[in-house]
Design a protein around this ligand. Sequence first.
Ligand SMILES: [Zn+2]
Length: 371
Amino acid sequence: MADAEQRWMVDQLEELVRHESPSGAVERLDALRDVLVARMAEAGVELTARPGPAGDHLVASLGGREDGGGHVLVLGHYDTVWPVGRLVDSPFTVRVGVATGPGVFDMKAGLAMLLWVLHHLDETPHRPVRIVLTADEEIGSPSGADVVRAECAGAAAVLALEPPLAAGRLKVGRRGVSRVELLVTGREAHAGLDPEAGVSAIDELVDQLVILRERLPERPTRSVNVGRFRGGSGANVVAGQAGAELGLRFTTDADERELRAVLDDLTPVRAGAHVAVRTLTRRPAWEPTSSRALAEHVVATAGALGERVDVAVSGGAGDANLPGSLGLPTVDGLGPRGGGAHAPDERVELATLLPRARLLRELLTKPLRTS
Ligand SMILES: [Zn+2]
């Protein structure tokens, strides 16, 4: 029986993985959207599309036995970090209880699990349930965040189906992450004939990055990664333009404020240069305090089902950061066990699909403790 249930979820997973869905590839996302809409409809759930510039975000609503206490928001995403064509080198495979393929762990296995749960809601959910699946999570949810925020209004709790941490640990807090662009404008000139007429944007950018490093020494609670660097047009031209993309990570709001203050304070060190800072995406820090009671409830519920789970704070950010930062009781990482998110060895342990799906069903159909 359990074998058949697992096989059913693996079949769903295979179909989802075979529809490659990199963030931003709207036609591919649309094709997977249609699959999700059809599969959800088979489970009696109507998914509606909330259009965004990089694909549709998908929303559904289920009634509950007990109304008035706020809904439970179930969060997921259907984009992946893998480009179209990845399937050729890294096809969907199942071997000795492990599935591999692009996006299998992050987070198509969570979606397969959700489909199973919706098919097996033998009793009505205890509270009303809303589901949000974003299409741009892997690039920081530039438009999906608004859909998540809207569905957070009035929510009692948030359950997110992202992959768990190692050994299946659930996420009860996540660091905040912002992507910021540092843009420098200088003045182009011939590097040999007329160098003093120029202002090097690249030299200025290097100086600014050194200043940033001096003012923001590494700390366990915050970090700055210069993830991308560009500028100039050739060796014989003083560079007129340069830019860097920075990844900021922070454990608390205070850490984020400190990072921002240093960035906002940057001023050019050479005459004629211009320095600007632009925020591309922002996920606030989710500090675990308000999620503790819900986390204990989830751990106890798993225990009653015979599953031992632990909880931890995650270094990465996701859509759950938003409700978590708003103080809504939130638990993430409810997807099945595996590893290698965003890495070539991405994989899912198939024996954990059914236990995790049963846990989610239990959480949706029994009273939730959030405080
Ligand atoms: Zn993810």
